[in-house]
Structure formats: structure tokens, C-alpha cells
Design a protein. Structure first.
Lengths: 244, 244
DNA sequence: CGCGAGATTGACTGAGTTCAATAATCGTGG
DNA sequence: CCACGATTATTGAACTCAGTCAATCTCGCG
């Protein structure tokens, strides 16, 4: 039997839930599906009616443009709600691939409907958290549109570590990226060659350290300055939502 | 007295509403505020608790990076819900400026709470439409990260005209952009000089025509091809939402 | 008519790409 | 546990798209 809900746990980082809400959210995670690293969870343009909560592991979403180039849209962590575009489109606009061996909990959008109908506070919360996603995306947009290669790498690394910290208090300054340099490039609009140059430069400057796949941020303050980075995950203010 | 709700009208482009829902939405637009072209509606980093429905005119949101460069995040049209980041942040992450003389309807986020609590179907609808915004942003992300200057201009123009068409059936192939070339550049991550080069090139190739501020798309098919553009506004499928 | 914002154009520069070759690492089967 | 094939990382050199700088032009408006 499932012990708890990853998604509820995430929401409770921001606002307390009551027992009924917690139970309702846990129901979304009743079905668990293991996916191996590299496996495609959802393919762009396939007909879908499922969405997912990511329970373990790591997932990315991307699109492939007609010329073959790839834009990675987002990297997801446990507790994230993914594939939500299927709530409005019958054909998936993006591909979902596991970056590490993962566990996803699929559920039909009809299941979401029941949740939204019966737990308006959860509906409000989900609407509100989708705003946080929106702001994160606009930050990326500014990063891609208006900052240098080095700034993009810095902002990307900071974004990842901040999001990991939301769910895992143990993380201090070191984390596993689980992305190749080519994937980093596809996320921030650079070639793998240039990502490499930036990464080595930052390493040479003592901003980061690398060993195996893991990265240590040696000077977060400086990195934030270089990347024009603003943390959008810790300062959420949800007091105005209905009480539990 | 207010005749109707711009926002409700927009929602009904996607799904029918009942009388009570319509009335509740109209309440969000009870207060109307006129803003002149160029006026700042909300300033980044100011403390805010208001959000807005745009009733008439046109508004843009942007951020200014520390080096002074600007990234325009989104252009808004009548019926759009703007400034929604104030639902989670007490300090505005972005600036809102009127691109034309406009009418916005401000309301406190507490007002949103009442709406979300009492009309779960509206809450669901708002959550779901925020997904459409998200997908639009990811399309822009792919555009900025992975496509050429010409492709970005093409995609940008197509995006604007498609969004105008959602609310205004009269629009065929001509529209007023109400943006300078510098602003277009700030929206798609280019300089005004290069936007100019692309625009003239596209004009010379017979893809668009310009007169005064208005633009005519002469070959939408070709433009969509160049810009790798996908229309995300007409194919929404919301059947699974609770019935009215 | 003159002013000022925006558009246009040309010459030059440079950040990031492309191409290509080599080195390091990883996963896997024997 | 090790060798081998396949990714992934690293580096150099040439190239190119878009940026920068700066001058000129256009047009709406007081």
C-alpha cells in the first residue's frame, strides 16, 4: 500500500492540508509505474488523457523542432505534477522522458476533475502553483532572450539546486545533475561545445567543482550575480487562500 | 453599470458557463480603471495584492535585467487575466505597462479566493487555462532557444494574430501590432536593428506588408513554416470538465 | 516649420556555432 | 574483473549570425 502522497507533501511545503485533502491527493498516486532511465513516458503528438505525479527519480520535457533541434522545456523532480497539458490538448504538445530510473503515478484527467470539484481549496492551490511554474518559465525566457551563455549556465544550475532543496533539506551545495552537456545546452539554448567551454571556465574560476556527474556550487552568491538569478521557490506567500 | 464580463466572454469561447458563474466573474470587473498608453500598471518589486482583467486595449509585461536590457514576457489582449503572479508573491516579479489606452479591472486576490471557493468549476477552468498559458510560454522558449531571428519574428507575428482572432472574429490577415521594432526585439530576444532587417526582408519576400503601424500577413502558411509555429489557441479540448 | 521618436542602412565586431579530431568514461557482456 | 564499443567530454580552428556603433531618414505632431 502507498504510504503517502508525494504531491501532498510538496503542497504542504507551502500550506497545510487537512486529512481529507491529503487522502484525495494520495488517490492520484495509487497507480505507480516504474520507468527506466531514457524511457519515453509520453511522446509529443500522441493522443493522451493521462497526467502524472512524479514520485521518484527525474524527468524532462522537450520538443523537437522540424530542423531536428531540441528544446528542453523543464526538468521535473519528485512531487512535481507533469504532463498537465493533456488537460487541454488531446495531443501531447511535448515529450516526457525519464532522466533517471523513476516512478511516475499516472491518472486520468477525469480523476483530476473529481479532485477539483470536491476540493476547491486544492483546486485553488493548484491554480496558484501553476502561477509559480509560469514565473519560473518567464525567468527562463528572460535568461534565453537576454543573457550570455555563462549567465544561462549559472542560472540553470542555481534553478536546479533551489528546486531540489524545496523537497530535500539535506542538499547543501552539491547535487547530481543527471544531464549531459548536450542536454544542458538543449535546455538553455546553447551547443554542447559551448556549454563545455562555459562549465570549464566556471570551474577554472572556482565558481563550481565537478566530480563524476555531481556538481558543487562553490560560490552561490557570485553565480546568482552572473546569472541574474532570483529564487522564486522559497518566498511564496499563500496566506490569502482559504484556511484548512 | 457594467454590461458584461470580458473574462467570462473569453472563458465561454472554450466552455459554456451558467448564469451564476457569469455573475460571479462579472463581479471581478466591477471596478474599472482607465490607463493611458505608456502608463505603468504595476511595477516589478512593488508590493502588490491586486490582479487584473484586461477589458480594453493592450498591455505588456516585462522584466529589466541588471544590465538594463529588457525582456518582454507577454503581450495581453482583452479578456486576459494579468498580474496573476501576485497570487503567490507579495512583490511583483514583472512590470505591466499599457501599450495602448486601456481599461483594466483590478481586484484583490481575496476576491479571487471567494470565486475559487464558491465556483469550483471556474477554479478548474482557470487552472486549465493557466496550462494554455504555460504551453504558449514553452513555445516561446523553444523559439528563443532554438530558432533563427527570422523564425522568431514569424512566430511572434502569428502568435499575436491568432490570439487576436480568439476574441475578434473580424480579424482576417491584418492587425495593429502597437509595438515598436525595439519592443518586438525585446519580446523575441533580438535588437531593434536586427528586427528591422528581418521585417524588411520578409516584406521584400512578399510574406508580409506594412502600412502605418498595421501589418498584413500575406502568406500565413509559409510564415508558420518559417517560424515552426503551432496554433495552440483553437484546438483546446475541455469536454472533461464538470458540466455547467 | 522644427523636434523627437522610431525606422533604416552600412561597416565592423564578436559571441556562439560548426566541424573535426582526440580523450575520457560508462555500461555491458564474456 | 576486464576488454570493448558507445557515449560523453574536451579542444582547436574557421565561420556566421546577430550585435554594436553611428549616421541618416521619415513621419507625426505641437
Amino acid at each position: 500500500m502507498v504510504t503517502g502522497s508525494c504531491f501532498a507533501e510538496r503542497l504542504e511545503k507551502h500550506i497545510p492540508l487537512n486529512e481529507a485533502e491529503r487522502r484525495a491527493l494520495a488517490r492520484l498516486e495509487e497507480t505507480q509505474r516504474k520507468v527506466k532511465r531514457g524511457a519515453v513516458i509520453q511522446r509529443a503528438n500522441d493522443i493522451v488523457s493521462e497526467l502524472f505525479v512524479l514520485r521518484h527519480g527525474r524527468v524532462m520535457s522537450y520538443v523537437i523542432l522540424p530542423d531536428g533541434s531540441r528544446q528542453i522545456l523543464r526538468v521535473y523532480f519528485p512531487g512535481d505534477f507533469i504532463g498537465s497539458a493533456s488537460t487541454i490538448y488531446s495531443k501531447a504538445p511535448e515529450t516526457l522522458v525519464a532522466l533517471a530510473d523513476s516512478v511516475v503515478c499516472p491518472f486520468d484527467k477525469k480523476g483530476l476533475r473529481v479532485l477539483l470539484e470536491e476540493y476547491p481549496r486544492v483546486a485553488a492551490l493548484m491554480f496558484v502553483l501553476s502561477q509559480a511554474e509560469r514565473v519560473a518559465l518567464t525567468d527562463r525566457l528572460a535568461s534565453l532572450g537576454r543573457t550570455s551563455a555563462k549567465a544561462r549556465v549559472a542560472a540553470f544550475l542555481l534553478d536546479i539546486i533551489h528546486r531540489l532543496r524545496v523537497m530535500d533539506d539535506d542538499i547543501t551545495d552539491t547535487f547530481d545533475l543527471k544531464l549531459t552537456q548536450e542536454e544542458i545546452g538543449d535546455a538553455i539554448g546553447l551547443t554542447s561545445v559551448h556549454v563545455n567551454r562555459m562549465v570549464r571556465q566556471m570551474e577554472a574560476e572556482g565558481l563550481i567543482r565537478r566530480s563524476n556527474g555531481s556538481i558543487t556550487l562553490l560560490n552561490e552568491k557570485k553565480l546568482a550575480e552572473i546569472g541574474h538569478y532570483t529564487d522564486r521557490y522559497t518566498e511564496l506567500n499563500l496566506d490569502w487562500l482559504p484556511a484548512a
